[in-house]
Design a binder for this molecule. Structure first.
Ligand code: ZN
Ligand code: MN
Length: 473
């Protein structure tokens, strides 16, 4: 839902920088490791010392192409370019990136609700070092000194650039959440927003509804969570509407999201591409993947979230939108295998969503299916099922044996029938009301049976028995 006043529409494009989970950096052998002592993973190449030369990391290139294919991009022959700017965290005074001929072009991300968000490109580039500004609340303007850590300089990145086709913050959040799931599924990044291995910049502008123009945008940086992403977009779009409504206009600039203040603040005015004086990097050869290379990447591609949601929806007979949580938790293979082993689909989905939030642990599809069957037969009450399930997750085993160990004896239906006979005999008035359709008295009978069985009876089975019995009388 857009939070803008009537008549206004947001236009959002996202640039997501993803650090690739390689052992070493993009153009040298230094370790790609978060959290090490500052300036310990450095060498002449990633410090940009004279005479050093870059050598591309084959694993990084393969990860980048894998990600491109996972984003439904076409993987093209590509070249590296130099993006020139002077910045203390960029020791070479240029960033090696891709500009005119990126590796991955024109793909899309499919959201759980079925919508597709277009991806313009996903190019390879190196990360910068990290500056820490001392004093002035960590802001560069008021800092008394700045420390620079070059451990991150040269870490391989893929920058995923969406088309400006999102019109509310929720869609932007869903897109980033889906990207994260794709990154985790492919294993190309650990996608930790809080550690900076996935960094989202939001290009935000607004326009009157029904208008196709792209007005001046601002790029909001420093967004560290999905929640901040939504807040930052809503704040920034509202700021633009207020400016336009007052006869002013936003300035094209980079802005910082201030989490505590709940607002964006002005950063540097945004350069245009011309200011970077891009040119093809003379030190690096083009990347020229063959059709066989790309076929090999496709063949090795693990199941991606969108396809897994569809497969689970078919197997369980539910809508795709109902499969999101199960797939996010990586429980879809378990549920599908349990269904194939005979488990009731609705019950398996229910347990996956409600009782397996920490994953399946030692639980196998066979024991899961067996447990779901015991619940359906009324051998175990729903409370007992939860207890047995927790034990299966923690230590594995066989559900019937665990239930027996825990003293959860099977209540067979004939035993319940006999009990019900006695209770009906004791409460003829209530039973007559139940037979006439008064469901309010149902609790009376279930309560009596639970009391007699010390809670071992399955309430659902008791309800079924009562309904069947009432139909006969
Ligand atoms: Zn290095
Ligand atoms: Mn970039």
């Amino acid at each position: 839902m857009s939070e803008l006043p009537d008549g206004w529409e947001m236009v959002i494009g996202l640039e997501v920088h993803v650090e690739l989970a390689t052992a070493s950096k993009l153009f040298c052998g230094c370790a790609n490791q978060f959290g090490d002592e500052p300036n310990t993973n450095i060498c002449p190449t990633c410090l940009g010392l004279p005479g050093s030369l870059p050598v591309p990391n084959a694993q990084a290139v393969e990860f980048a192409m894998t990600l491109g294919r996972a984003l439904n991009c076409s993987v093209e022959p590509s070249i590296f370019a130099r993006k020139n700017y002077f910045y203390p965290d960029m020791p070479k005074d240029f960033q090696t990136t891709q500009y005119e001929e990126p590796t991955n072009v024109e793909g899309f991300v499919q959201l759980p609700d079925g919508r597709s968000i277009g991806v313009e490109r996903a190019h390879i580039e190196e990360d910068t070092g990290k500056s820490t500004h001392l004093g002035g609340g960590g802001r560069i303007h008021d800092a008394t000194a700045t420390l620079v850590d070059y451990n991150r300089a040269g870490v391989p990145l893929v920058e995923i650039v969406s088309h400006p086709v999102m019109h509310d913050a929720d869609t932007a959040r869903a897109y980033v959440a889906e990207l994260r799931d794709i990154l985790l599924a492919t294993g190309v990044s650990d996608a930790r927003m809080e550690e900076g291995s996935m960094r989202v910049d939001a290009n935000v502008s607004v326009r009157p509804v029904g208008n196709d123009e792209l007005r001046t945008r601002c790029e909001v940086k420093n967004i560290n969570s999905l929640r901040s992403l939504g807040r930052a977009i809503n704040y920034e779009a509202r700021r633009h509407v207020d400016l336009w409504t007052n006869g002013e206009s936003p300035r094209q600039e980079t802005r910082h999201w201030d989490e505590d203040g709940g607002r964006t603040t002005s950063g540097r005015s945004k350069e245009d591409a011309d200011d970077y004086r891009y040119f093809a990097c003379p030190d690096l050869p083009p990347l020229t993947p063959t059709a066989e290379d790309i076929a090999a990447i496709d063949a090795a591609m693990p199941g991606l979230p969108a396809a897994r949601r569809s497969a689970l929806a078919v197997a369980a007979g539910v809508e795709v939108a109902e499969t999101t949580l199960t797939v996010e938790r990586g429980l879809d293979a378990l549920v599908i295998a349990a269904i194939e082993a005979g488990a009731d689909a609705t019950a398996a989905m229910k347990h996956a969503d409600q009782n397996l939030s920490d994953g399946q642990g030692q639980l196998t599809a066979e024991s899961f299916a067996a447990l779901v069957a015991m619940e359906a037969d009324g051998a175990l009450s729903s409370t007992q099922v939860k207890t047995v399930l927790a034990e299966l997750v923690a230590n594995g085993g066989e559900p019937a044996a665990i239930a027996a160990d825990m003293g959860f004896e099977a209540m067979d239906t004939s035993e319940l029938d006999t009990l019900l006979d006695g209770i009906i005999a004791d409460s003829p008035d209530e039973w007559a009301r139940f037979v006439e359709g008064d469901r309010k008295v149902q609790g009376h009978f279930v309560g009596q049976i639970m009391k007699a069985t010390q809670g071992k009876a399955d309430g659902k089975v008791v309800n079924q028995l009562m309904t069947a019995r009432a139909a006969q009388s």
